[in-house]
Ligand binder design. Structure first.
Ligand SMILES: C[S@@+](CC[C@H](N)C(=O)[O-])C[C@H]1O[C@@H](n2cnc3c(N)ncnc32)[C@H](O)[C@@H]1O
Length: 329
């Protein structure tokens, strides 16, 4: 489970404590409805201090978990990548800089670009508590995504849960702009059919632009997922804090954040041979894997007679790379 760093969790609790519970709950309801509509935003969605606090309370733990899962996978695929600089665009309250600093201790300079001043103010206050220097000393800039401006220049450029807020006609320009000077570019969207559509379009564009795909795709050919029928997405499990539980009026101690993503780089990664697209079906003596591989989508059964591959399959999770296809027939 990807829990928020303790310093962030307690700073967040303190911030949320400034507002009456019912105001936070109202904001969560309004924001959840708005995000579910899945329409581009003509004005900033986070429009008041209490909305921003509510966003941080109910979404930041989840976006942190998703970004952390994606970056951890990117680090596995690109073991030589040790970013020194990060630019997080549309960074909100900064979930992605906390996640990146946890995955890559090499980070020295993190910059968040965000349009909403209140999100910057809260994000900056939260970051002030961080153990990681890159987060604690992060730079927060008020700015709009503007493909006519100089492109973000950093070893790592992240855009998480933002593409869907942009008008459709601006997304391709934004992806081109983000990729122009990024060492590695990470795009994350909600794990919904619409989120996947935005990611797969960006993925195809990044391949056309000459970048290498780091994850999740094991190849750069056309995505084999049948469009309109299925969507490539993954899940990150996160613990619900007490306050998070109240805000989401749920009883479970955890939740699964679903996300779609693509990571692309200027340098060729160690590509996975295949990617596990569903929870592995683990039965006595056998594991069924739904895989995306160079040859397309495949279903593979790994049994005890496959020895090491079977042991690996027992440990495998949805979203993991599956390196050992050659030993399985
Ligand atoms: C759903 S929030 C995601 C925040 C953060 N990236 C995360 O993962 O938690 C979307 C953020 O993108 C920002 N945003 C949307 N459109 C933007 C634009 N055109 N320029 C700059 N920021 C933008 C919003 O203000 C908001 O903070």
């Amino acid at each position: 489970m990807a829990a928020l760093p303790e310093t962030l969790r307690s700073a967040l609790d303190e911030e949320l404590g400034k507002y009456p519970q019912n105001r936070l709950t109202q904001s969560v309801e309004r924001l959840s409805t708005r995000y579910r509509e899945n329409n581009p935003a003509s004005a900033p969605i986070l429009s008041s201090e209490v909305d921003i606090a509510a966003y941080a309370g109910y979404r930041m733990p989840a976006t942190y978990a998703a970004v952390h899962a994606v970056l951890a996978e990117a680090a596995l695929r690109a073991p030589g990548f040790a970013p020194r600089t990060q630019m997080d665009v549309g960074g909100g309250t900064g979930a992605a800089i906390w996640a990146a600093a946890d995955v890559w201790p090499s980070l020295e300079e993190s910059t968040v670009v965000e349009q909403v001043p209140g999100a910057i103010a809260l994000g900056r206050r939260l970051a002030g508590n961080a153990g990681d220097k890159a987060v604690r000393d992060s730079t927060w800039r008020r700015g709009l995504i503007d493909p006519a401006a100089p492109a973000p220049e950093a070893d790592l450029v992240t855009l998480s849960y933002v593409l869907g807020e942009l008008p459709e006609a601006r997304r391709a320009d934004t992806v081109r702009w983000l990729s122009a000077k990024a060492g590695m570019l990470v795009l994350i969207e909600p794990g919904t059919p619409a989120g996947y559509e935005r990611i797969v379009e960006a993925r195809d564009q990044l391949v056309e632009l000459g970048l290498s795909l780091v994850a999740p795709c094991p190849h750069e050919g056309a995505c084999p997922i049948p469009r309109g029928k299925d969507w490539c997405h993954f899940a990150a499990r996160l613990p619900r804090t007490g306050l998070h539980r109240q805000l989401k009026s749920g009883t479970l101690g955890f939740e699964d954040e679903k996300f779609s993503y693509v990571v692309a780089s200027r340098t060729a990664p160690e590509r996975a041979e295949a990617r596990i697209l569903r929870h592995p079906a683990k039965r006595k003596g056998m594991v069924g894997l739904s895989l995306c591989a160079g040859a397309g989508l495949t279903e593979t059964i790994v049994t005890k007679r496959h020895g090491a591959a079977y042991r690996a399959a027992r440990d495998a999770e949805w979203g993991d790379a599956w390196p050992d296809q050659s030993t399985v027939d």
